[in-house]
Design a protein around this ligand. Structure first.
Ligand code: ATP
Length: 813
């Protein structure tokens, strides 16, 4: 079923079989009058019954199935757990990680070696030191990016302000100058940002969180954790923000943190397509995954000054492999990152000991962050709006992503032109809004953090729109959260939120490094502020406005709702926002906003990151198995026949099999002496393609009956040193004589692979994969012979969906 390459939808095949009176299928028995008929799926019977009197035409079968599925569809709807998905296909290029420790003779020998107490202590210490170094490394990177962005952005906006102020007077009348300068700066910088990502490092595109999430889920993403990707990500994100795009640097921080972690863990420096090994403590996929989780948490922690939120972010996004010790280590890294970023930024500002900059984005303290219980219904309505606008964002971005994949995929220069166009349009839109909306205010911007211009105000105050545009998106967010009640008119906010929403949708997914946290928060803060203004207008004398005309908290709830509606992560975002505001009392409202916006959003679409994952065809396994798949058994979705090897195989045969098939795991069987077939026999282990490739490239084979001279010199390190994607069968050259030799898999194969029997249900298989981070699961018969194979793609392929009121079960190709 899974091998049908063209058809996207595979129909479940039913057989019409007689049913006895007690409801049992009685295949092969004579049917006579009074017999009922049932429809039986390959694995299990459905209790659909038809009287024998029904003529079983195609139509009647269809109507029977329809009525059956209508019931299931109804039950499925009651479930209401799975939101509509974007997944259309799975891409075969994504392979899985080897999280499982290979239980080979080689590994067992190592396990049996005595380890001194001192060595154990050193190992533990170095482990903690690595987590410490991840925190420090991430902080250095985060502080560096922040300082460079702030310095250059300051210069850019002060230049623009000078020109705008000068040219908007009647005397000068040269407004074409600032807009040309603005557009040129934006287009020039974005051109660089996009060319860097498009031509040199495509892995640095976007926020990187969907890819990090997939990696932690167990999908191998070549190049994701490379040094090149790190440099491109850091430089790229600085350029994207300076290029005036509607994006933030917080998402990319998680990716960069992950790269730092993997780099520190592996302990090797790339040098002209080779590596210089410094130390080799953490080379297994398993070790690196734990470190990357810590790196991602440190990145989020440094970005928001939220160590707990950062830790929870890692847990929430990738929580299949957690234990208390790992959480503790990840939290330690996140805390070190937060503290060190704070120290570095405070030192940059000249007061290192005051520690007043805990993260790159702080929402700063709100003077009136109190709420009355009667405000909660307003917050709930805002959360629902956040869910709606968030899913609109996701849907529009999905359409754009599909369009980009279809039409802009092949030509790299078009991607660069598109990014530059967006930055040019961003500058132009900002300028047009500032020019046309003459919303002048004398209210001082909060903390004097933003630039503004007197354009169109004839010396009476400054242009309110300019406060939001003559700054980075983070500055704009702070302005919306903290500026006083009368800083912006309703029209200014409506136009700003509309324009910024579309710019945000257009920007996310461009071929540049960019994050979506800040634009989402900004959009939400803008419409939240609008609602705040509305509430104050509607209830001028009510308790909710009597304390102060404070729209900041509405902006904050709007921001949280919008973020929840887009991303759908709840626990970590709640904690991040609470840590950013530093006020626990308001935590309840933020949690409500995030939860409700998630529920509303989930009703329409999956979250933005999940949409990205699905559109890329990455076989991500979600938390829960697909709904209503309890009746699906492993026999329904396993692959068969299984390609197996004998413990000692002819090199030529192995070579041909690897050339012909791309499978990454091969069960090893012991040939049944009573059976002629070389493919029948008891399961003895499993060997990975990568292991075989290492053995072939190191020529660990010999003539039959002998032992290869180099067999004993092969150690686990030889496997760990080589990247699984670096060796390809096409690169291995074998002579005709070598092809006649035999290769012995026994010392290297995993002797105890996970196996299940045929009647294992899908939810249980799903939980096995998710919980243990499995790559291959061998389905065995009662005689312990491998009869099927299950990989993560087999599970990710399976999905159920309601179309026109009917349940469709689909196997994606
Ligand atoms: P991964 O890509 O997750 O590292 P893999 O490359 O071994 O694992 P997939 O690419 O997921 O496997 O395999 C595609 C299909 O081939 C799946 O349906 C899987 O069940 C099947 N398959 C994998 N290994 C074998 C095998 N040894 N014999 C027969 N079918 C297999």
């Amino acid at each position: 079923k899974s091998r049908q390459p063209k058809s996207k939808e595979t129909k479940v095949r039913f057989t019409v079989v007689p049913v006895s009176n007690d409801g049992q299928f009685c295949e092969g028995k004579q049917t006579g009058n009074g017999h009922k008929f049932g429809l039986k799926s390959p694995a299990q019977g459905y209790d659909v019954e038809a009287d024998q009197s029904d003529t079983l035409t195609q139509n009647s079968i269809t109507s029977l199935l329809s009525s059956k599925f209508r019931d299931v569809a109804k039950r499925w709807r009651q479930y209401g757990v799975d939101s509509p998905r974007f997944r259309k296909r799975l891409h075969s290029k994504w392979e899985s990680m080897n999280y499982e420790i290979i239980d080979s003779q080689l590994q067992r020998k190592l396990n049996e070696e005595k380890v001194s107490k001192r060595k154990l202590a050193m190992l533990m210490l170095s482990n903690w030191l690595v987590y410490f170094a991840i925190g420090i490394g991430t902080a250095l990177m985060a502080a560096g990016v922040q300082i460079i962005v702030e310095l250059i952005a300051h210069q850019k906006f002060s230049l623009l302000k000078t020109y705008l102020d000068k040219c908007s007077t009647d005397k000068e009348n040269c407004l074409y100058q600032p807009i040309l300068i603005w557009m040129s700066i934006n287009v020039g910088i974005t051109l660089l940002a996009s060319a860097l990502v498009t031509y040199l490092q495509p892995m640095a595109a976007g926020s990187g969180i969907p890819l990090i999430k997939s990696y932690l889920n167990g999908v191998r993403i070549p190049g994701l954790l490379s040094l090149q990707a790190f440099v491109a990500k850091c430089v790229g994100v600085v350029l994207s923000i300076l290029g005036g795009l509607a994006c933030g640097k917080e998402g990319p921080m998680a990716h960069s943190g992950g790269i730092i972690a993997a780099g520190i863990g592996k302990g090797r420096i790339p040098w002209f397509k080779k590596y210089i090994d410094l130390y080799g403590l953490f080379r297994t996929d398993h070790n690196i995954r734990d470190l990357v989780a810590a790196g991602a948490a440190s990145g989020v922690s440094a970005a928001f000054g939220a160590p707990v939120g950062g830790t929870l972010f890692s847990v929430e996004e990738a929580a299949s492999f957690w234990n208390t010790e790992l959480v503790w280590k990840v939290f330690f890294s996140a805390m070190v990152a937060c503290f060190s970023t704070n120290f570095l930024l405070s030192a940059y500002e000249g007061h290192p000991t005051q520690l007043s900059n805990p993260g790159l984005v702080r929402f700063n303290t709100f003077p009136n962050l109190t709420f009355d219980l009667i405000e909660i219904p307003v917050f709930i309505i805002m959360a629902a709006i956040g869910g709606l606008i968030g899913s609109l964002f996701v849907v529009m971005n999905y359409k754009l992503t599909v369009f980009r994949q279809k039409y802009l995929h092949r030509k790299k220069w078009i991607k660069v032109v598109e990014a530059s166009l967006v930055s040019g349009v961003s500058a132009l839109a900002a300028f047009v809004l500032m020019f046309t909306i003459k919303d002048c205010t004398t209210a001082e911007p909060y903390n004097g953090h933003a630039f503004n211009t007197t354009m169109g105000c004839d010396g009476e105050g400054h242009n309110a729109m300019s406060t939001m545009f003559l700054t980075t998106p983070e500055g704009c967010l702070k302005a919306l959260l903290h500026d006083s009640y009368d800083n912006y008119s309703v029209l200014t906010l409506v136009l700003f939120v509309t324009v910024f929403f579309f710019l945000g949708v257009w920007t996310y997914g461009l071929s540049v490094s960019s994050g979506v946290f800040i634009p989402s928060l900004t959009i939400g803060a803008a419409w939240g502020r609008l609602i705040g203004l509305g509430v104050i207008q509607l209830f001028p004398n009510q308790v909710l406005t009597s304390k102060a005309k404070d729209v900041g908290k509405y902006a904050l709830i709007g921001a949280a709702s919008q973020l929840g509606g887009c991303l759908r992560t709840t626990i970590s975002l709640t904690v991040i926002i609470v840590e950013c505001t530093g006020d626990i009392t308001f935590g309840l409202c933020i949690m409500l906003a995030l939860m409700i916006s998630k529920w509303v959003g989930d009703f329409f679409t999956t979250g933005l990151y999940d949409m990205n994952v699905e559109v890329s065809g990455i076989p991500l396994l979600s938390w829960e198995p697909p709904p209503l798949c309890d009746h699906v058994y492993v026999s329904d979705f396993m692959s068969q026949p299984v390609m197996t090897f004998l413990p000692v195989e002819k090199v030529g045969h192995v070579y041909e099999c690897l050339m012909g098939e791309s499978f990454n795991g091969f069960p090893i069987i012991e040939q049944d002496p009573n059976c002629d077939s070389r493919y029948k026999g008891k399961l003895r282990g499993i060997i990975l393609r990568f292991q075989i490739l290492v053995l072939l490239s190191k020529k660990v084979f010999c003539q039959e009956g002998q032992v290869p001279s180099n067999q004993n010199s092969i150690t686990l390190k030889d496997f760990q040193k080589t990247s699984p994607v670096a060796v390809r069968i096409e690169d291995i050259q074998l002579t005709d004589q070598e092809k006649q030799y035999v290769i012995d898999f026994r010392p290297f194969m995993n002797q105890t692979p996970y196996t299940v029997s045929l009647n294992f249900s899908m939810p249980r298989v799903f939980r096995l994969f998710r919980g243990l981070g499995l790559r291959h699961l061998v389905v065995v018969s009662d005689e312990f012979e491998p009869i099927g194979m299950v990989t993560r793609k087999d599970l990710a392929k399976y999905r159920a969906e309601i179309k026109k009121g009917m349940l469709h079960m689909e196997h994606l190709t």
